[in-house]
Write a new protein. Structure first.
Lengths: 477, 335
C-alpha cells in the first residue's frame, strides 16, 4: 500500500470513528431536549410536581450528553478542512453556506439558552425558563435540519456546475440545493430515529426501576410516556424508512443494490434476501435465504417488476457490498423489534399491566441501547453506500482527501481513539450512574443557590442533607 | 459565478469579527482554566468554575463560526490553512474536549474531582498554546502548490510560533484574571488581583516581542507597517497600545474591578488590528489573497444576508444570557 493510500484509509477511519462517536450524543440530545420541553410544559400546565422531578432528573443527564456532543462536534467542523481539504475547497461554495447557517441559527441558539436552561431556574421567571428550554430544543432540530441538508446534498447533489478550477459552484437556487431530493426523507427518518432512541433510553431506565420495585409516580409516568412514543412512532418510522428507501432507489440505485445484496439483475422480479453472505470475489450472495419477488413488490409495488443489479454498475462505482448489506439488516431488524415492543406495551397497557409485566420491562430494558445501534447502522448504510464518492457521482473519496502524510493522520487517529474511549466512556458511566437512581419525589434543585453550585447536583448526593451542593460537601470533606 | 471583490472584503471582516469575538470570549474562560491550579481546592475553584459555567459554550461557538465562515466564504483558504496547521489544530481540539467535559464531570464525581480539575487546566493550556502556535505558523508563511498545502507536517513549528504560543497563554490568563476581578469577591478575587499585574507585564512583553519579530518574517509585513505614508496610520497602533497599557496598570493599581477587563479587551483589539495590518489583503500569508480564495458571489451573498440579520440577534440573546447571570459569583466561604 502506498503512503497516499494508507493516508486515505487512515483519514477515512478517523472520520468514520469521530463522526460515529459524535452522532451518538445528538441522537440522544435531539430527542431528550424535546422531552424536557414536554416535561417542563406539562409541569407548568398541570402543576404536578412529578413532572418537575422528571424534568430535573433528565436535565442532569442532558447536561452531560450535550457537553459531550458539543466537544465532539467541534472536532467535526474542523475535520472537513484538516483531513478533507480538497473536498472542502471543491464543495465549499455549495455546502459552506448551509453549514454557516447551522452555526448562526442552531449552535448559537442552543449555546445561548443552554446556560439559562441549566442554571437559570431561579434567575428568570418560569415562562422565560420554558422559553429557554424551547430554544434549546428548537436549536437541536434546526441543527439537524442544516447538517442533514448538507449530507443529503452530498448524496443527491443538484443545482451546481463545475467551475474552471474544479470547484462545484452553486448555479441553481439555494432552495433546490437545500431541499435536494433526498433531504426531506433523510431529515424525517433521522429526527424520528433520534426520538425513538431517546424513548428507548427513557423506557429502559423506567423499566429498570420498575423491575427493582420503584413504582413511583414519576417513574411510571416516564415509562408510560416512552412506551406511547414507541407504540406510535416506531411504525411511523418503518413507513418513513420505506419512503426513504424508495427515494434512494430512484437517486442512488447502487446503494439499494448493495443493501439488497443484488449482485445480479432480476428481469422477472427480485427476491428479498433475509440472509446471505456477500461474496465480493465471486460477486454473489452465498447461503442466500430470500423471499421470491418480495424485493420487487416492496420497492416497485409489483412482484414481477425487473430490477437491475450490481452487474449493471461499473466496478469502480460500486460501494462495498458486505458492510452495507449487514448494517442495513441490523437497522431494519432492530426497527422491527422496536415496533414489536411498542405493540406489546400497547397490549399490556390495555390489559392494565403496563407497570406489572416483568417480561415487558425486561424487554424494554434490553432494548435501551438499541436505538444508538440502529442509528449508527443506518448511517453506515447510507454513508458506505455512497462510496466510492464523497459527492455522489461527482467527487471521489480518493480525490477529496487532504495532502497529509500517513504518520500525521495515524497519530491523530490514535489520539482520537484513546481520548474518545476514555473521556466519553467515563461520561457514559456518569450518565449510567445517574440513571441507576430512580427519579425522586424531590429531585435536588438545579441551582439552589444562583450560580454557586453550577446548578447540577449529582444524584448520589441525595441523602437528606439540608445542603446538597457539591461545593458545600467538599468544604466538609 | 465569480467572486465579488467588495463582498469578499466585507466577508473577510465578518470572519475577523468572529475570530475577535472568539478570542476575547473564550479567551477569558480558557484563561481561568490556565490559572485554575493556583486556586485553592474547594470553594475557590468552584467559584472560578461558576464564573464561566453558564457562558463557555456560547463563547466557544464563535470558534465554529470562524472556522465555518472560512469554509463557506473562502474555501480555498480553509483547504490550505487547516492541513498546514494539522498538529496544533488537532491538539487544540483534544484540549477543548478535556476542558469542555470537565465543566460537567467535576461535579459528577467528587472522588475524582482533582483529576477533572487537572484536565480542565491541561485542556485549557493545550488549546490556548496550540491556538497561539497555529497563529505563529500561519504568520510564518505556508507553502502552497496549485490549490493545496505543499509543506510537511512539522512546518508550523518555529521559534516564532512558540513565541506566539506563549504569548497567547499570557494574554488569555490576563483576560481570565481580569474577568475574575469583575465577577468574583473574596479570596479568589484577591488571588486574581495578585495574578493580574505580572500577567499584564507578560502580555505586554509578548506584544512587544511578537510585534518586533513580525515585520522581519516577510518583507511584505515590513512594507505594510513602515512604508510612507501608511506609517502615519500604522504608527497609531503602538501609540494606542502604550496608552491602553498605562490605563491598564493604572486601573490595576487603583483596585478597579471592571476597568482592567475592559482595558485588556482594548489591548486584544489593538493586537488583532495589528495582525490585520500585517496580513491584509492576504488570507494565506505569502500566497493567497482574499480575492483568490473567495467563494462565488452567490455563496457569499447568501450568507451575508443571513449574517447581517442573525448576528445582531445572536448578540442580543447572548447579551441577555450574560445579563441573567450578572453580578458577583457568591463565595460561600466569605460571609
Amino acid at each position: 500500500m502506498s503512503d497516499g493510500d494508507l493516508a486515505l484509509l487512515l483519514a477515512r477511519a478517523q472520520f468514520a470513528f469521530t463522526v460515529s462517536f459524535h452522532f451518538i450524543f445528538p441522537a440522544f440530545s435531539i430527542g431528550l431536549a424535546s422531552y424536557l420541553l414536554v416535561l417542563e410544559g406539562l409541569w407548568l400546565k398541570t402543576g404536578k410536581s412529578h413532572y418537575f422531578d422528571l424534568f430535573k432528573y433528565w436535565l442532569k443527564i442532558f447536561a452531560i450528553a450535550f457537553a459531550m456532543g458539543v466537544v465532539s462536534g467541534i472536532v467535526m467542523s474542523y475535520q472537513f478542512g484538516t483531513n478533507w481539504s480538497v473536498f472542502a475547497d471543491k464543495a465549499g461554495p455549495v455546502i459552506g453556506p448551509p453549514m454557516q447557517y447551522e452555526v448562526l441559527t442552531a449552535f448559537f441558539l442552543e449555546a445561548g439558552f443552554l446556560g439559562v436552561m441549566l442554571f437559570g431556574l431561579d434567575r428568570v421567571g418560569r415562562g422565560m425558563h420554558l422559553l429557554a428550554t424551547a430554544m434549546v430544543a428548537t436549536g437541536t432540530a434546526i441543527s439537524a435540519f442544516w447538517i442533514l441538508s448538507v449530507n443529503s446534498w452530498m448524496q443527491t447533489p443538484v443545482g451546481f456546475s463545475i467551475g474552471p478550477t474544479g470547484q462545484l459552484l452553486p448555479t441553481g437556487s439555494w432552495w433546490d440545493i437545500i431541499f435536494n431530493p433526498s433531504f426531506p426523507y433523510r431529515f424525517a427518518h433521522t429526527v424520528t430515529a433520534a426520538y425513538l432512541t431517546t424513548a428507548l433510553v427513557v423506557g429502559a431506565v423506567g423499566a429498570w426501576h420498575l423491575l427493582r420495585g420503584h413504582g413511583t409516580d414519576a417513574n411510571r409516568t416516564m415509562f408510560s410516556m416512552a412506551m406511547w412514543m414507541l407504540t406510535l412512532v416506531a411504525p411511523l418510522q418503518i413507513v418513513l424508512g420505506d419512503l426513504h428507501g424508495l427515494n434512494t432507489l430512484e437517486h442512488q440505485p447502487q446503494k439499494v443494490m448493495a443493501m439488497e445484496g443484488h449482485y445480479r439483475s432480476y428481469p422477472n422480479g427480485a427476491p428479498l434476501y433475509l440472509f446471505g453472505i456477500p461474496n465480493a470475489e465471486e460477486k454473489r450472495l452465498d447461503y442466500a435465504v430470500g423471499i421470491p419477488k418480495a424485493s420487487s413488490l416492496i420497492l416497485k409495488h409489483d412482484p414481477d417488476a425487473p430490477m437491475a443489479g450490481l452487474d449493471t454498475i461499473p466496478d469502480d462505482r460500486e460501494p462495498p457490498v458486505a458492510v452495507v448489506f449487514w448494517s442495513f439488516r441490523i437497522m431494519v431488524g432492530l426497527g422491527m423489534l422496536m415496533a414489536a415492543l411498542g405493540l406489546f406495551s400497547l397490549i399490556q397497557r390495555f390489559r392494565g399491566r403496563l407497570f406489572d409485566s416483568p417480561l415487558l420491562h425486561r424487554w424494554a430494558l434490553l432494548m435501551g441501547p438499541t436505538g444508538f445501534v440502529a442509528v449508527i447502522a443506518g448511517w453506515v448504510t447510507t454513508e458506505v453506500g455512497r462510496q466510492p464518492f464523497t459527492v455522489y457521482n461527482v467527487l471521489r473519496t480518493a480525490d477529496s482527501v487532504a495532502p497529509l502524510a500517513a504518520p500525521a493522520v495515524g497519530a491523530s487517529l490514535a489520539a482520537f481513539v484513546l481520548v474518545y474511549f476514555a473521556v466519553f466512556g467515563i461520561g457514559t458511566l456518569y450518565i449510567l450512574k445517574l440513571m441507576a437512581h430512580p427519579p425522586h419525589a424531590h429531585e435536588p434543585d438545579l441551582a439552589d443557590a444562583p450560580l454557586r453550585t453550577a446548578g447540577i447536583t449529582p444524584a448520589p448526593q441525595v441523602n437528606g442533607d439540608a445542603d446538597k451542593r457539591p461545593d458545600m460537601r467538599e468544604g466538609a470533606a | 459565478m465569480t467572486p465579488d471583490p467588495t463582498i469578499s472584503i466585507i466577508f473577510a471582516f465578518v470572519i475577523a469579527f468572529a475570530i475577535a469575538m472568539y478570542v476575547v470570549m473564550d479567551g477569558f474562560d480558557l484563561g481561568i482554566g490556565i490559572l485554575f491550579p493556583s486556586f485553592t481546592v474547594g470553594k475557590e475553584r468552584d467559584a472560578a468554575m461558576n464564573a464561566i459555567a453558564p457562558v463557555w459554550d456560547g463563547n466557544e461557538t464563535w470558534l465554529i463560526l470562524g472556522g465555518g465562515g472560512l469554509l463557506a466564504a473562502f474555501p480555498l483558504a480553509y483547504a490550505i490553512i487547516l492541513p498546514a496547521l494539522y498538529a496544533p489544530l488537532i491538539a487544540m481540539l483534544l484540549g477543548l474536549i478535556f476542558r469542555g467535559v470537565a465543566f460537567e464531570f467535576r461535579w459528577r464525581d467528587p472522588a475524582h474531582r482533582a483529576f477533572w480539575d487537572g484536565a480542565f487546566f491541561a485542556g485549557s493550556l493545550t488549546a490556548t498554546f496550540a491556538q497561539g502556535v497555529a497563529l505563529g505558523g500561519l504568520l510564518s508563511g505556508i507553502r502552497v502548490e496549485g490549490r493545496a498545502y505543499a509543506g510537511g507536517w512539522w512546518d508550523w513549528l518555529s521559534p516564532f510560533s512558540l513565541l506566539t504560543g506563549f504569548s497567547l497563554v499570557a494574554g488569555y490568563a490576563l483576560l481570565g484574571a481580569c474577568w475574575l476581578l469583575w465577577k468574583t469577591e473574596g479570596r479568589i478575587h484577591d488571588d486574581a488581583r495578585r495574578w493580574a499585574t505580572p500577567l499584564a507585564v507578560a502580555t505586554l512583553a509578548s506584544i512587544v516581542a511578537v510585534s518586533a519579530a513580525t515585520p522581519f518574517l516577510e518583507n511584505r509585513y515590513f512594507e505594510r507597517w513602515f512604508d510612507w505614508p501608511g506609517i502615519l496610520a500604522t504608527a497609531q497602533v503602538p501609540l494606542l497600545v502604550t496608552v491602553v497599557a498605562v490605563m491598564l496598570f493604572r486601573s490595576l493599581r487603583k483596585g478597579h474591578e471592571r476597568a482592567p477587563f475592559l482595558w485588556t479587551l482594548a489591548l486584544f483589539g489593538l493586537s488583532l488590528a495589528g495582525l490585520g495590518i500585517s496580513i491584509y489583503p492576504e488570507i494565506v500569508p505569502g500566497s493567497v489573497s482574499i480575492w483568490d480564495a473567495a467563494a462565488p458571489a452567490k455563496s457569499q451573498l447568501f450568507m451575508l444576508v443571513g449574517a447581517a440579520v442573525l448576528i445582531p440577534i445572536i448578540l442580543i440573546y447572548t447579551g441577555w444570557a450574560y445579563w441573567v447571570f450578572r453580578g458577583k459569583v457568591a463565595d460561600a466561604g466569605y460571609h
